[in-house]
Design a protein around this ligand. Sequence first.
Ligand SMILES: C[S@@+](CC[C@H](N)C(=O)[O-])C[C@H]1O[C@@H](n2cnc3c(N)ncnc32)[C@H](O)[C@@H]1O
Length: 397
Amino acid sequence: MHTVDETLLDFVAAQQRRHDAKSCLTERKGKGHFGTPAEIATFMAGMFPKLPTGTIRILDPGAGVGTLSAALCDRIARLKQPRKVNVEAWENDAGLLPFLAQTMSECRDVLESRGHEFWFTLRTDDFILANAHRPLFGKVSTDRFDLVITNPPYFKLRKETEHARAMSHVVHGQPNIYALFLAVSADLLRDDGYLVAITPRSYFSGPYFQRFRRWFFDRLTPRHIHLFESRTAAFRDDAVLQENVILGAQKCSERADVTVTVSDGRDLSPSGLQRRALSYSQVIDDPKGDCIVRVSGNDVDQQIVDAIDRLPTRFRDSGLEISTGPVVHFRATEFLLDDKINSDMASAPLLWMHNVRPFVTNFSARRNGKEAHIKVCEKSHSILLRAKRYVGVDPIV
Ligand SMILES: C[S@@+](CC[C@H](N)C(=O)[O-])C[C@H]1O[C@@H](n2cnc3c(N)ncnc32)[C@H](O)[C@@H]1O
């Protein structure tokens, strides 16, 4: 007989490896599949502040091989008081279903061997399309979930796709499917229910996600936000994690302090975490209705945020605009020029982060394979900036 420690997490990690060995990375990327590593899944399961007594209804949308449900079942298996666990897992990739079904059976065996009861339902249809059309939004339903644990798929959707149209109340511009997963999950959660989701950090700010943020944070209150900060970034996976965030949020309107934890890459042991508490209004910045989520990972970042907040006006009110540069390297390759400039061709210097040094802008020749000039022509006009005064900011200086 396995111990609880070995059974579920080792089992599910092996399931993920078996699945990955049978599929290729490009195929997985196309479907938005990125399996959660076991240690992160365990951490996410631990982020639910308390587990309901009696029956626990769990939703796992975009379940993959079932890693997140398994991590939560692993936590429940250790509870002394028996629970009735009901998992609904949604996965529309037929290649993953046999793995997911086996994981659910394993969860049942482990939970039953420890005196709990377990049921599961596998839903193989499209999570967004199946739920967006249900007469749920804004209405009372009895079959809602106590807990949602999710690592939703990530990919951009064109705004005319069926998914985007079905969810037009949260979509603006080009949506990313993960935001739609979060919105449907929030809707399926019962009042006071709790959601834990690992996603890209992109929805925290920016106009594309503004409508989504407004909708989502009007319903859910953030309680715990985890940031990955890899000081070494030695592994590609850790670099990917740095762009991700884990949100723990409750479906309620009561606003309290938000716990922020920061880990160095994947070291999620309590001793490897920095932990701090921020007030709700430090985290949700909403005076202009933008509902921006600001999470400073350390005291210096927070001091900068506080200093900006103390300014009497916003940058916009003083006629200042902030923007990232309009040239996106891989989309502009036809206009980029090396150092050697053909004198017949009009060109402008191209400003990279490495050109921005403290208090000087240092235009240099091509460096690290990065072109130093850009063609000035009719087609490139939309990505050129007028010659006027700018302040360059390099976020990693
Ligand atoms: C990022 S993976 C996460 C898998 C798993 N939850 C984990 O944490 O390891 C997202 C999963 O969502 C599935 N998926 C993508 N679109 C879906 C949809 N519209 N409905 C249901 N599942 C979907 C993908 O096949 C993929 O397995």
